[in-house]
Design a protein around this ligand. Structure first.
Ligand SMILES: Cc1cc2nc3c(=O)[nH]c(=O)nc-3n(C[C@H](O)[C@H](O)[C@H](O)COP(=O)(O)O)c2cc1C
Length: 210
């Protein structure tokens, strides 16, 4: 796969085969994640890889992670979250009922963490979010390297209770922050993908003025 094939093939995967992913492949992917640009030059990220289903179940044992979602609940959510765009609505409709299984049924639940050096939930300045921006660069490398390896990832933003629980279950030291949960595995052949927004790049480039 050349670089642009990797970019074009990366998709959010929520349906996985049960195949085991060798640890050396996971190490290559995390190694790529460690090569991302970092705001303070420290590459101060760690990745917790969980393959033990008992541990996964404990980490994900939080009632804010939907295990299913009826059409009625989806319509209510669409109203509450102003999901007025049809592609956006369909993407949520596909994703929300799978929030639990897209992580639990992945071969590995992977949790990136970083040390919160400033209060990123109350930043005094945009630069206080640099540490958060940096780990997302690392996560993107993780997603692209997984694609290159023929694998796929699901991704969930850990809500407050989910982060608290994961920190407790995994014995993560105080002061660390979890930007998201990642499910890593071999995509099912018929894995359902949401329709990507078609963007005419020419309309998004502004030369010399907006
Ligand atoms: C910051 C961020 C947060 C996301 N949060 C979730 C999430 O909580 N649950 C989920 O299923 N997908 C989540 N996604 C994945 C998006 O739904 C997905 O990237 C989007 O629908 C486009 O689809 P694609 O990744 O296949 O191109 C998130 C992606 C990003 C970048």
């Amino acid at each position: 796969m050349d670089f642009y094939d990797v970019i074009n093939n990366r998709r959010t995967i929520r349906d996985f085969e049960s195949d085991d992913i060798p640890m050396e492949v996971i190490e290559r992917i995390v190694d790529a994640a460690m090569k991302a640009p970092s705001n303070d030059h420290l590459r101060d990220w760690e990745y917790i890889v969980i393959k033990d289903k008992n541990v996964m179940a404990k980490v994900l044992d939080v009632d804010t992670i939907p295990r299913d979602f009826s059409d009625e609940e989806m319509n209510e959510l669409a109203k509450a979250w102003n999901l007025n765009d049809i592609d956006q609505f369909n993407a949520y409709k596909l994703a929300v009922p799978k929030q639990y299984r897209m992580l639990y049924e992945a071969n590995a639940l992977v949790i990136p963490i970083f040390k919160e050096k400033v209060d990123i939930l109350h930043p005094a300045d945009i630069s206080h979010l640099n540490v958060f921006a940096s780990i997302w660069c690392s996560i993107e490398n993780f997603l692209l390297a997984s694609t290159y390896e023929g694998l796929g990832c699901s991704l969930r933003i850990a809500l407050a209770k989910e982060m608290e629980n994961a920190i407790k279950v995994l014995n993560i030291p105080k002061g660390y922050f979890i930007p998201c949960f990642l499910g890593l595995g071999k995509p099912k052949k018929d894995a359902k993908l949401c329709k990507q927004k078609e963007i005419n790049t020419k309309n998004r480039i502004h030369y010399n003025k907006f």
